[in-house]
Design a protein around this ligand. Sequence first.
Ligand code: HEM
Length: 293
Amino acid sequence: MFLAVSIVAITAAVLLFTIIIRRLSKSEVPGSPLGKLSKWHYECIVASGQMAQHALSSSKRYPGAIQQIQPTSYSLTHPRDIRQMLGSPRATKSPYYEILKFTSTNSLLSTTDAQRAGQMRRVFNPYFSGAYLARMEPLILTQGVEKLMRKWDKAIENEAGEVNFCDSFNLTTFSIISHLVFGQEIDEGDDEMQTVLWMADATSYISLRAVLQLLPRGLFALVQKLPGEKKHYVRMRRYVERAVEHRRTQGEKKADLLQALVDCMQPPLSLSSDDVLAEGFLLLIGVSGPIGR
Ligand code: HEM
């Protein structure tokens, strides 16, 4: 009995050792040995919110333009390489990005379809250019700095007034982007604090939902059941849906990204209303995700 157990244990150890050596020797790209062995190493880093710290420390440990982060995933570090990759019709995103599918359809951020991503980037690019921003500078000033100064002056005049820098800057950023992208106010009649709250809660819900998709299915189902959190997500979605609907039905055309997306509902792209919703939602969460934190 003891001999049989020993033989099985030694065989298992040899097999494991062989798998580890083969995986490590197959890769010539530098990177963490644990990451090369199992996809779970990097997924635990993402789920624990340590991506930024990990990126900083591993770029020191493995300096260079490319790093292996999972058995089949690589991370590029130079902006030139990232641009070249994003521009290539052969480069597709990993299915991992599915966790960033915010609505029922994939957006530019989550799609693994390189052709669709290329088409959408061509639609988006003019609105992320210096020339467009220069043209929009007056709007950015009136919806940003000037509005903020007026609000703060009023709070200072009223001696009991209090200025919350964090909420003020968040709200100002949402306001600028909603004017630039959707051509309308973000508040929709709410008071400002309400807006800050629902944007922040919807963003937390989406982040939590994304991270839980990396974990066993039971946990993901749990977050779907959080009624309070989901309510804010639905509210954010409705904001985009209404903006799209309003633009489609009103006669006037505007020179913003929403208009560009609505125009894509015609051939040759023929986007569906779900596709437009997915891209619009990405643009709204694009602001509140990184900036809200
Ligand atoms: C401090 C501000 C921001 C940071 C740090 C940031 C960060 C990022 C990162 C890291 C990605 C790449 C995700 C990936 O493919 O792995 C990304 C993609 C994207 N972001 Fe942002 N973002 C910011 C602001 C914004 C804003 C204001 C918008 C739009 C209104 C926006 C729209 C997008 C879009 C459309 C993509 C997808 C690009 C593509 O796949 O080609 N972002 N962002």
